[in-house]
Design a protein around this ligand. Sequence first.
Ligand SMILES: *[C@@H]1O[C@H](CO)[C@@H](O)[C@H](O)[C@H]1NC(C)=O
Ligand SMILES: *[C@@H]1O[C@H](CO)[C@@H](O)[C@H](O)[C@H]1NC(C)=O
Ligand SMILES: *[C@@H]1O[C@H](CO)[C@@H](O)[C@H](O)[C@H]1NC(C)=O
Ligand SMILES: *[C@@H]1O[C@H](CO)[C@@H](O)[C@H](O)[C@H]1NC(C)=O
Ligand SMILES: *[C@@H]1O[C@H](CO)[C@@H](O)[C@H](O)[C@H]1NC(C)=O
Ligand SMILES: *[C@@H]1O[C@H](CO)[C@@H](O)[C@H](O)[C@H]1NC(C)=O
Ligand SMILES: *[C@@H]1O[C@H](CO)[C@@H](O)[C@H](O)[C@H]1NC(C)=O
Ligand SMILES: *[C@@H]1O[C@H](CO)[C@@H](O)[C@H](O)[C@H]1NC(C)=O
Ligand SMILES: *[C@@H]1O[C@H](CO)[C@@H](O)[C@H](O)[C@H]1NC(C)=O
Ligand SMILES: *[C@@H]1O[C@H](CO)[C@@H](O)[C@H](O)[C@H]1NC(C)=O
Ligand SMILES: *[C@@H]1O[C@H](CO)[C@@H](O)[C@H](O)[C@H]1NC(C)=O
Ligand SMILES: *[C@@H]1O[C@H](CO)[C@@H](O)[C@H](O)[C@H]1NC(C)=O
Length: 541
Amino acid sequence: MTWYYVNCSFILIFTWISYTNSIPGYSIEAPKSVTVQRGLCVHIPCHFTVEKSVTLSERNTEGLWFNGTDKNPPPVAATKGDISEATKGRFFLTGEVWKGDCSLSINDAVPSDSSFYLFRLIYSNKYSFSNIKPEVTVIELTDKPEISLEKTLVAGKEVTLTCTSPGRCNGSTPLITWSGVQGKVVTYTADYPDGNKTYYSNITFTPSRLDNTFPLSCTVNFQKSNTSTSQKMILNVEYTIHNENIPIIVMEGKSEIIKCTVDSNPQSNITWYKGEIALQNTSSRQTLIYNVKNANLSDAGIYRCSATNSLSTTNKSIEVTVHYVPRTPQINCSMPKDCIIEGNKTIYINEGSSLSLRCSAESSPAASLAWLKPGNPNTISLDEELHFSNILHSNDGLYTCQANNTYGRSNASVTIKVIYGPRAVSGKDSTCATEERVIKCTCIIQSFPDVNIQWKIDEKSYAISDKDILISTSRFDEETTSMMDLLLNHNEVHSIQCISSNQHNHFTLSLLSKERKYPPSILDSLRNCLHFLLAEVLILL
Ligand SMILES: *[C@@H]1O[C@H](CO)[C@@H](O)[C@H](O)[C@H]1NC(C)=O
Ligand SMILES: *[C@@H]1O[C@H](CO)[C@@H](O)[C@H](O)[C@H]1NC(C)=O
Ligand SMILES: *[C@@H]1O[C@H](CO)[C@@H](O)[C@H](O)[C@H]1NC(C)=O
Ligand SMILES: *[C@@H]1O[C@H](CO)[C@@H](O)[C@H](O)[C@H]1NC(C)=O
Ligand SMILES: *[C@@H]1O[C@H](CO)[C@@H](O)[C@H](O)[C@H]1NC(C)=O
Ligand SMILES: *[C@@H]1O[C@H](CO)[C@@H](O)[C@H](O)[C@H]1NC(C)=O
Ligand SMILES: *[C@@H]1O[C@H](CO)[C@@H](O)[C@H](O)[C@H]1NC(C)=O
Ligand SMILES: *[C@@H]1O[C@H](CO)[C@@H](O)[C@H](O)[C@H]1NC(C)=O
Ligand SMILES: *[C@@H]1O[C@H](CO)[C@@H](O)[C@H](O)[C@H]1NC(C)=O
Ligand SMILES: *[C@@H]1O[C@H](CO)[C@@H](O)[C@H](O)[C@H]1NC(C)=O
Ligand SMILES: *[C@@H]1O[C@H](CO)[C@@H](O)[C@H](O)[C@H]1NC(C)=O
Ligand SMILES: *[C@@H]1O[C@H](CO)[C@@H](O)[C@H](O)[C@H]1NC(C)=O
């Protein structure tokens, strides 16, 4: 037990001797070992002391760092004079040696820097501090650059991403490159008061929807150390794309679907609106289909597909048109001013007037209109308006307005009835003929509306049958036929007139007219006298 203690003490003493192996008063303080990543840098703080009797001056004090124990090859760093080619520009003795500072900086570390290093002081004398020989270990680069963005990526909106190189050194400038997107690249450096630097690269670009989920990377290449490191980032671009909407036409009574497809990041909730009324919605699918069933006119209009996600709401509208067979046309009378079409759709109009009828029909698509007259092979007018400047009886009849569109046609009709005064019927003569002792007269009159017929015989008028006069009147269509049988008594008839009248006019037809030279009684006597004389002569012969 005791021996062990003694032995142990011996070792401790040996160690102490080893620590102060050289001249007492000379000591060095520095980390025994440091580790640095390839391409990066390390600062080795270092302080030393010398014997109290020694005073160091700035002018004649030199410090040198050597690789390992070898003091013959050029130093790796020195306050002045040549240094090793391998470390030139990378190793710096940054401390003020005459003040006891032996700090060493290593930049752009490479694997061959792995070694231990010895500090040697040269003043009026020389001294190598061999009790601490800091060991530098260069490991492969594991730090990665950092990619940062100040805001979320939104399709179509310009954004700047920043790549920050690892390390905060005073070494050579690394090459920072971007891949995955094209953009404007700006590199810049942040200089710190301690002489260290941080290297950055900004890339400014406008992401598109297609960039979403695309990998972007930033690579930092420490060319002097022949090493590089990179960081990858998956782009998360927010966007909303609506499908192309084309107008929809649906036939009345039929069905049609309207479809809204929204591609967005983050995913949207889709809702179909008509006006402000939500018709249908979804919260998980990309497509929302609305069925316009058994369409009627109230289904026509603008439908709005609204897509909402955490980012925004976007709308896309689609027009739905409902087509149908023309509705039953409406026929209005626009001339003369006071004309109206009665419930039975008959227009009564005075002959010679102007008449304008206008036809209109609700229809989608718009209908073409035409006026037809049944029995007439051709259309009367290919216009909505049917116009007569001087209407005649011959214009009487049924007029049909036809409204056509691609889906079908519909009709409406009116009857035009011309009001005209009595007149003779061409080809049908009114005559009188005498048979035996009866004069038979026929008076044929055309008119609308119906006429009153009076017979004027000489100076007397008869509307209905009387003694010796038989009157019968019949009407067929617009012809009124009045027949008058006049029994001839002893009195002679000189004039027979058929006088017809309706609300519109009067018309007098003269059927018999004789010169009244003698009073009828004298004539009769004369004729009787002659008959008698002749009979007497024949008998005598
Ligand atoms: C230090 O010395 C070792 C061994 O001789 C060598 O492999 C290494 O390259 C040297 N490093 C420097 C920085 O001189
Ligand atoms: C920057 O350099 C100073 C000395 O100049 C050093 O003390 C410090 O550790 C360095 N900083 C970094 C982050 O390397
Ligand atoms: C930084 O490096 C330059 C040479 O590249 C050197 O002159 C300067 O002393 C260094 N500064 C520090 C604080 O290490
Ligand atoms: C780089 O981008 C950052 C973040 O957008 C910005 O603050 C900085 O000013 C930019 N620097 C340069 C040099 O463009
Ligand atoms: C850089 O490293 C690669 C392998 O990582 C090697 O092939 C190449 O020769 C090296 N270049 C230099 C200049 O050392
Ligand atoms: C829309 O969805 C909500 C639930 O997410 C539901 O309560 C609502 O009734 C839906 N509206 C329509 C018009 O479907
Ligand atoms: C259209 O149909 C709806 C029911 O589907 C009904 O409530 C509405 O009155 C109809 N509108 C018209 C103009 O026919
Ligand atoms: C989508 O709908 C769901 C269910 O109604 C709701 O919980 C969610 O908040 C909606 N999302 C957005 C972005 O409106
Ligand atoms: C979408 O339409 C609604 C209703 O008309 C409106 O309130 C909203 O502002 C619209 N949103 C956008 C982004 O146009
Ligand atoms: C046609 O007449 C109807 C009534 O019979 C009326 O409601 C409509 O407004 C009229 N149209 C025109 C164009 O005058
Ligand atoms: C309509 O008028 C026609 C001819 O003028 C006539 O024959 C028919 O009886 C009338 N109908 C009605 C319901 O008044
Ligand atoms: C309506 O359609 C029919 C047959 O399709 C055609 O004979 C007629 O001329 C059309 N009328 C108009 C006004 O286009």
